[in-house]
Design a protein around this ligand. Structure first.
Ligand code: SAM
Length: 252
């Protein structure tokens, strides 16, 4: 009984605290904090994360910064935005050797695809969106020449749709890095992950999820039963999560 009263008091006092947002930022979201779930990252994943952060610190986007107002504003922000971390991750995966096929969900302005492409020496980024990059009215960072070498390809379609997913299963199965930066609508990510985890993998894959602290993503990330690391302090302020699909990363 005493425990129930204590729990109720804590919840009511906690709710009371919500009336005043205790941070002075032009941009904030309500979220939930909770202790880590039993699935722990293995040593190889932790080591990989440390290497990626270290690599991210040396990334410069000086040239890309001139692409758009958004590029000038966000690309060099580190930590706080995820662009340098994405580049650091690609650099580290590239160092492991071999071809590096990357999948991105959510092309939008193209900033994340360009950030990853900046470190790609031997690979390809297949970026998905519901709308072609050419239809963006404002702040597009992509240019036609970015697609000429074949390093970046955009495919238009919904990967939560089982038919479109099947048509693209080979690309997803071969990917060594998947960056999920789609709608975060509480539906897409669940459906996509279910489809993704059902296909056989030809290779282990690092899955990077944006916005894991945003309300619609909280349940997905907290319940995810894969080795995972919350990289938010070195990624996007709204949450950046890393996990491994289909095996562990090699330890260095
Ligand atoms: C946050 S933006 C991506 C930002 C981009 N990665 C960047 O850093 O510039 C989200 C994008 O996801 C796209 N999107 C929404 N639903 C989608 C779906 N089912 N499949 C693929 N992309 C989707 C939206 O059109 C939007 O362009």
């Amino acid at each position: 009984m005493r425990r129930i009263v204590r729990g109720l008091r804590k919840s009511i006092l906690g709710m009371g605290q919500c009336w005043r947002i205790p941070v002075s930022s032009e941009h904030w979201r309500l979220s939930v904090i909770y202790p880590p779930r039993p699935t722990q990252p293995d040593a190889a994943l932790l080591r990989f994360c440390l290497q990626a952060v270290s690599r991210a610190m040396d990334v410069s986007f000086a040239e890309l910064g001139a692409r758009s107002a958004g590029a000038a504003r966000y690309l060099e922000v580190f930590p706080g935005e995820h662009y340098k971390l994405l580049a650091g991750i690609v650099g580290c995966l590239q160092d492991e050797g071999g071809q590096l096929p990357i999948v991105e969900i959510g092309t939008f302005t193209g900033l994340s695809a360009l950030a990853m492409a900046s470190q790609l020496r031997n690979g390809k980024i297949t970026t998905y969106d519901l709308m072609p990059w050419t239809s963006l009215q404002r702040d597009a960072a992509l240019r036609a020449e970015d697609f000429s070498s074949g390093t970046i390809e955009q495919r238009v379609g919904d990967l939560a749709d089982s038919r479109f997913f099947s048509e693209n299963a080979a690309t997803l199965s071969d990917a060594r890095l998947i960056f999920m930066d789609g709608p975060k609508d509480g539906v897409f990510e669940y459906r996509f992950l279910r489809l993704l985890r059902a296909i056989p993998r030809t290779t282990k894959c690092l899955l990077v999820m944006d916005d894991i602290h945003v309300w619609n993503m909280l349940g997905l990330w907290s319940e995810l039963d894969l080795p995972k690391v919350d990289m938010t302090s070195f990624g996007h302020w709204s949450g950046t999560g890393l996990c491994v699909l289909g095996g562990t990363l090699p330890s260095k």
